[in-house]
Write a protein that binds this ligand. Structure first.
Ligand SMILES: [Fe+2]
Length: 197
C-alpha cells in the first residue's frame, strides 16, 4: 500500500468524522448551560460545515471520492459525549463534562489532520497540505477557546455541592464491569514492566 493510499484512507476517516460532528455539535450546543459554551459549540458547528467543504476540495484535487470509510473512533468519542449529555449534574458540573467530551473530539481530529498534513507534505502535495492546515488551525483554535471558557465554568463547578450516590443505570454498570476487565487484562503486562524496572 503506497503512502498516497494511506493518506486517502486517513482523509476519508476525517471526512466521516467531520460529518458525524455536524450531527453531534447541535446537541452539545443545545445541551450546554453556559451561554459562552453554547455559543462556542454553535460557532464550531458552522466552522465544521466549512471543514467538510474543504475536505471535498481536497478529494476533488486528488480525483477521489470522499466517502468509503466510516470513522469508528469518532463514533466512540461522540458516544462518550452522549453519556456526558445524559448526566444528571448541576449546571457548571454538567458543562464541565461536556467540555471534556468536546475536547476529546477536537484532539482526535487534530491527530488526524497532523498525520495527514505530514503525509501530504511528504508526497509533495502542498495544495492539499494547505487546505488541511486550514482545518487544523480551526480545530486548534476551537480547543483553545473551549479550554479557556472552561476555566470559569470549572471554578463554578467546584463550588457546586457533591451529588449523593445514586443507583447506577444498566449502562453505567456495564461500563464499570468493562473497566475492571481493562484493568485485569493490563495486569500481566504491568507486572512484567515492574519486574524489569
Ligand atoms: Fe472539525
Amino acid at each position: 500500500m503506497a503512502l498516497k493510499d494511506v493518506l486517502i484512507d486517513e482523509l476519508r476517516d476525517l471526512y466521516s468524522a467531520e460529518n458525524q460532528l455536524v450531527k453531534a455539535l447541535p446537541k452539545l450546543a443545545k445541551g450546554a448551560k453556559n451561554p459562552k459554551l453554547k455559543q462556542l459549540f454553535a460557532a464550531h458547528l458552522e466552522e465544521t460545515k466549512g471543514q467538510v467543504e474543504r475536505l471535498k476540495k481536497v478529494f476533488l484535487e486528488l480525483g477521489e471520492k470522499p466517502t468509503g470509510q466510516h470513522c469508528n473512533g469518532m463514533e466512540g468519542v461522540i458516544e462518550e459525549g452522549k453519556e456526558a449529555l445524559e448526566k444528571d449534574e448541576q449546571g457548571a458540573s454538567f458543562d464541565s463534562g461536556l467540555i471534556g467530551a468536546a475536547l476529546r473530539t477536537e484532539h482526535y481530529e487534530i491527530a488526524g489532520y497532523e498525520a495527514s498534513i505530514s503525509m501530504a507534505t511528504t508526497l509533495g502535495l502542498p495544495k492539499i497540505a494547505k487546505l488541511l492546515n486550514s482545518n487544523l488551525k480551526e480545530e486548534l483554535s476551537a480547543a483553545k477557546k473551549i479550554t479557556s471558557a472552561g476555566v470559569a465554568i470549572m471554578k463554578q463547578s467546584s463550588l457546586e455541592p457533591e451529588e449523593p450516590n445514586k443507583p447506577k443505570t444498566g449502562k453505567e454498570k456495564y461500563s464499570a464491569r468493562k473497566s475492571k476487565e481493562d484493568e485485569a487484562k493490563a495486569a500481566p503486562e504491568l507486572n512484567k514492566a515492574r519486574s524489569v524496572a
